[in-house]
Design a protein around this ligand. Sequence first.
Ligand SMILES: [Zn+2]
Length: 306
Amino acid sequence: MRIGIDLGGTKIEAVALDPAGSVLQRRRVATPLGDYRATIETIASLVDSIEGELGTQGSIGVGTPGSLSKRTGVLRNSNSTVLNGKSIGEDLIRRLGRPVRIANDADCFALSEARDGAAAGASPVFGVILGTGVGGGLVVGGALVEGRNAIAGEWGHNPLPWPRLDDLPGPPCYCGKRGCIETFLCGPGLSRAFEQRTGRFCDAAEIAALAGRDDAAALATLSEYEERLARGLAHVVNIVDPEVIVLGGGLSNVERLYTHVPRFMRRYVFSDEVDTKIVPAKHGDSSGVRGAAWLWPEDASSGGTR
Ligand SMILES: [Zn+2]
């Protein structure tokens, strides 16, 4: 059995998967806001209660915003800033008494979709989360590419490529820079662009609904968003040339992205032909937690946990 934990800013989700990937148990609780010790304890009690109910121990993988520094072992780059600087891996291992694997939430998403999701069997796979933040993860030959500095796929904090004059200098980002891809392509970034155009605040779903009713401002905002997303993804294609790009997060529900973005991308990819598939996540919001479970590729029940 594999247990995956998705540690989010507002909720902590846990899932137990059998060796074939079927869900045995699923739990979801609110994240104790701003309280690190309580966060560790909540994760541990989720594991305890799932294992108690199922009567067996599993391997444990955790997906978090941010990533563990290879140098210090502490979490960094998390937009849940209470986690930054904390030895979350060591603290969980101590509390749970066994090895725990931890990866960035977008990495978990990419791993899940490459394993048995929308990009099953493809390689390379680039997974992108377009939600309250923007993240990315790279899977090659079925394995997550972690990278020398453990930041492979951290695409959201590159600057938006091929900037237009009105893209510059770009909105400030929590990371300290301006004009990061995330600031344009996250849900709040889309809302901000719509508000600048109309003076009205709408969330991403409302903007997509307005566009569906031919609202001119919503159509223009979405078109601008798609063109920016195409530039961001073309940059990735020019470097790793994925077979499939899987989109997740709230904005991945906007259906027109899948026809418009590939069309815009042709302008920027350095190739006469662009055959890259861009598809929505198969497992939707569950991909993060499923990918955390798949951080243990070998079946824990058949041979210990490491
Ligand atoms: Zn940034």
